[in-house]
Design a protein around this ligand. Structure first.
Ligand code: URA
Length: 260
């Protein structure tokens, strides 16, 4: 008998935001987005209990299937990060973009389009309204830019919590300028600042920093309580089971899934 916890869903303002969301006419860099897979809103506590707010970039193929953000490779890296802070439960994760990106250079210029910006800022306002968030971490440039844009609004100006900028969880692209060690050094600095600024973690524990690479324990399974009911354990404990379809000309729409 499986008795896995599951996400019972958003409440209050978060629930309203999941009902009324921007469609293709707002996400009008249409070819740049994977809009056919619909909006993917959040992961964690969309119920006013979150104390750590995580801002990512956009959902990828894995997230299109699990219907929660940061649930693939990037998500397991971020899960390890928040757990190092003793935040095992009381986090809310949102992305700068509601839809997956298919083409970065086509999508990115739309980061602060009026409808995209206004909707994202409503999520940020809803996150801060209960007055519980103690710290914010942004992963990647788009996330940081989204945060900066929020801070120029009246609601953003009234928020006075610690904010930490960190590299994106998959910034260490093969052959790129940022190595795994660069990423983990950056995250170690971010962890130390966040650890000092989070007053009420779920678990009080000494901070253990990263070494030169992720250990298995630093890539934990994502808790079942973060996902819709019935989601299979392999979907939250394995990476790369969902990827881009290789059928030429159909990659924006199609996702290829392989059960590990
Ligand atoms: N998946 C997400 O949902 N967000 C990211 O930033 C990366 C992967």
């Amino acid at each position: 008998m499986i008795t896995d916890a599951f996400d019972t869903g958003p409440t209050g303002k978060f629930r309203t935001l999941c009902r009324n969301y921007p469609d293709d006419s707002v996400y009008n860099g249409a070819d740049g987005f994977r809009s056919l897979w619909g909006p993917i809103f959040y992961r964690g506590r969309a119920n006013g209990s979150a104390r750590l707010l995580v801002i990512g970039q956009d959902p990828a193929q894995t997230e299109a299937v699990t219907r929660r953000i940061l649930s693939g490779q990037a998500g397991r890296r971020v899960q390890g990060f928040v757990e190092k802070l003793g935040m095992t439960k009381s986090y809310l994760m949102i992305n700068a973009f509601l839809y997956g990106i298919y083409n970065q250079s086509m999508a990115m210029p739309h980061l602060n389009d009026a409808g995209i910006l206004a909707y994202r800022n409503q999520w940020l306002e809803a996150a801060f309204a209960p007055g519980k968030i103690e710290a914010v971490v942004t992963f990647g440039n788009a996330a940081f830019d989204a945060w900066k844009a929020f801070k120029t609004t009246p609601a953003g100006q009234s928020v006075n919590v610690f904010q930490q900028r960190a590299l994106h969880p998959t910034a260490d692209k093969p052959g790129g300028p940022i190595t795994r060690k660069d990423l983990l050094d950056n995250w170690n600095i971010a962890l130390q600042h966040l650890h000092a600024n989070l007053q009420t973690p779920d678990t009080v524990q000494p901070l253990a920093l990263y070494g030169n690479n992720f250990t298995a324990a630093e890539l934990p399974e994502i808790p079942s309580r973060d996902f819709p009911m019935g989601l299979q354990a392999w979907m939250r404990s394995q990476d790369f089971w969902a990827g881009m379809s290789s059928a030429p000309g159909t990659q924006r729409a199609n996702i290829s899934i392989e059960v590990p």
